[in-house]
Design a protein around this ligand. Structure first.
Ligand code: G3H
Ligand code: 13P
Ligand code: ZN
Length: 308
């Protein structure tokens, strides 16, 4: 089974549920995720950020993901997360990815359209699909740090015009989620009225939710119990993600929850086994923690088990 694009996955799940898109940085993370998806018989997107490419190197990530596909027989899409310009998108299209994101969300509308269109033309000629973004999420990633004041929600009319003018295959929208472990100060809420307007203007068109980790309290508590300092961490409640999956959101991005699961497990391991120093001793349970968390996501949050 070769790597697949997201086209068929999105068609299959549209209006019912969303496919999980998980960020990968190394072998243990990839194995934990694909083992969970295999057991749940679920469609899967593995995504690689610019920071991940820098950390693990393109060739290693490609080969690891290819190995995962060969090992499990799962149809997996390999996606570039937050490509910031044409060059990185081109490198990933040429380098074996089946999906790329051009994130022109920080650009003026016309410039975002121009760069997205350029990526779409290049990628489509090679059978690769393109995710774009309109509206700005708050939060922190390696390459991006957007304050709450600089964030802005997606305008539904602009979204329809953007999709029509660029020919992109999916669109990331800003409706109140944000990247990282500190998403809400008060009560968590998403702008579902806005999402509904976008969906009404773009019927059947796949939307994407970034910054969609739930920041599971059990991992935050475990990190803090074993020496961590994660104060006030809060994610998107599970039921809001579930609802978004029935409203045209076909792809839900998860990275922070993987980081927390892995870190909580490793912190606990060293606290309980201070004499250990073989990396396999702490990476094996960390991989298992990722697998269990991803199974829970697929089954209970995304509701996309058995959607192959
Ligand atoms: O949205 C971004 C992802 O969480 C990737 O984060 O740029 O630190 O790899 P990163
Ligand atoms: P989280 O920080 O909520 O996991 O979001 C990840 C993301 O959007 C990757 O693009
Ligand atoms: Zn993101």
């Amino acid at each position: 089974m070769p790597l697949v694009t997201t086209t068929e996955m999105f068609k299959k799940v549209y209006g019912k549920c969303a496919v999980g898109a998980f960020n990968v940085n190394n072998m243990e993370i990839i194995q934990g995720i694909v083992d969970a998806a295999k057991e749940e018989n679920a469609p899967l997107i593995l995504q690689v950020s610019a920071g991940a490419r820098k950390y693990a190197r393109h060739i290693y990530l490609i080969k690891l993901v290819e190995a995962a596909v060969e090992d499990t027989g799962l149809p997996v899409a390999l996606h570039l997360d937050h490509g910031e310009d044409f060059e990185i998108c081109k490198a990933c299209v040429d380098g074996g990815f089946t999906s790329v994101m051009i994130d022109g969300s920080k650009l003026p509308f016309a410039e975002n359209i121009a760069v997205t269109k350029k990526v779409v033309e290049y990628a489509h000629a090679k059978g690769v699909v393109v995710e774009a973004e309109l509206g700005r999420l708050a939060g922190v990633e390696d390459a991006i740090n957007v304050s709450a004041e600089d964030s802005s929600y997606t305008d539904p009319e602009q979204a329809a015009e953007f999709v029509q003018k660029t020919g992109c295959d999916s669109l990331a929208v800003a409706i109140g989620t944000s990247h990282g472990a500190y998403k809400f100060k008060g009560e968590p809420k998403l702008d579902f009225a806005r999402l509904q307007k976008i969906t009404a203007l773009l019927p059947g068109f796949p939307l994407v939710l970034h910054g969609a980790s739930t920041v599971l309290p059990e991992f935050v508590a475990k990190c803090n119990q074993y020496g961590g300092e994660l104060k006030g961490a809060q994610g998107v409640p599970e039921e809001l993600l579930h609802k978004a999956g029935t409203m045209g959101v076909c792809k839900i991005n998860i990275d922070t929850d993987l980081r927390l699961a892995m870190t909580a497990s490793i912190r606990e391991h060293f606290a309980v086994n201070p004499a250990d120093f073989d990396p396999r001793q702490y990476l094996k349970p960390a991989r298992e923690a990722i697998k269990n968390m991803v199974k829970h996501k697929i089954k209970d949050v995304l509701n996309c088990s058995n959607q192959l």
